[in-house]
Design a protein around this ligand. Structure first.
Ligand SMILES: C[S@@+](CC[C@H](N)C(=O)[O-])C[C@H]1O[C@@H](n2cnc3c(N)ncnc32)[C@H](O)[C@@H]1O
Length: 252
């Protein structure tokens, strides 16, 4: 029988590699591992990679297995989801994996300048109504810049045509260097061991026949960032509730 939420929360509170600092808890209190994740937790000088909005943490754990010489931190506000990856990595005794339960809006309170090498955004909510809530908006780019290394890497994996299109405009508007951009990852020939890791949400969208999109780009530290002023077609399938969604035909 699967565990209930309260039992999962109790587990999370006891896990040595889980740090829980939702907005309310961290207000005005400096986070003591800021700038010291490697020194005081991972005990090495390996590059740090974040998965923001990690859900169950499939990328955090999957990449942790593939790259023992990098450190991975999954970040999400939902503890019951994160419990899956936190439990799996604990049971596998993975020393290069941690989880941070917090609001991504305050992510720069947890990392200091140049502390992070890469960010993964895995099936982030497209937040079609409000750009500042979108994890690829310039609002968030400004925050990521505060702790990413120069020319740090950002990966976006998404089902959402809206999120993909918006991010492409944001990249173009700011002339950000792009390494890879595909609207159909699994038919592009690029889906290697890393890009084929599948998250919970990803599998749901794949089952519904949606194409998975992927962008890998760099975020330079310097230069003013401009928010793109564009109209983007909404993802129609997201306007429906879950029961209606299951019977919905999609074109991609
Ligand atoms: C659509 S789910 C994707 C989860 C996972 N990456 C996957 O692909 O299965 C988006 C996740 O981002 C988290 N999230 C969204 N906005 C957030 C924010 N501002 N702060 C913290 N977590 C956030 C949600 O709690 C949720 O777990």
């Amino acid at each position: 029988m699967s565990k209930g939420k309260l039992a999962k929360f109790a587990d999370m509170a006891s896990y040595p590699h889980v740090f829980e600092y939702p907005y309310s808890a961290v207000d005005n209190v400096p986070f003591e591992k800021r700038g010291k994740w490697n020194e005081s937790f991972f005990k090495n000088d390996h590059p740090i990679v974040l998965e923001l909005g990690c859900g169950r943490g499939e990328y955090t754990v999957g990449l942790g297995r593939l790259f023992p010489d990098k450190n991975f931190i999954g970040v999400d506000i939902k503890g019951a989801r994160m419990w899956s990856g936190a439990t799996e990595s604990l049971q596998a005794d993975m020393k290069n994996v941690a989880f941070l339960r917090t609001n991504i809006e305050i992510i720069d309170r947890f990392f200091s300048e140049n502390e992070v090498s890469e960010i993964w955004l895995t099936f982030s909510d497209p937040q079609m109504k409000k750009a500042t809530k979108r994890l690829t908006s310039t609002y968030f780019m400004e925050r990521y810049r505060r702790f990413l290394k120069p020319d740090g890497i950002i990966h976006l994996k998404t089902d959402s045509n809206f999120m993909f299109t918006y991010t492409r405009y944001m990249i173009e508007e700011n002339s950000l260097p792009v390494d890879v951009m595909t609207e159909d990852l699994y038919h592009s020939g690029m889906a290697d061991e890393i890009l084929s890791i599948k998250t919970y949400y990803e599998q749901q969208w794949l089952d519904r026949g949606l194409n998975i999109k992927y962008i890998k780009f760099h975020l330079p530290k310097e230069g003013e960032l401009h928010e793109p002023d564009v109209e983007i077609e909404l993802d129609e399938y997201r306007s429906y509730n879950r029961s209606k969604r299951s019977g919905l035909q999609t074109s991609k």
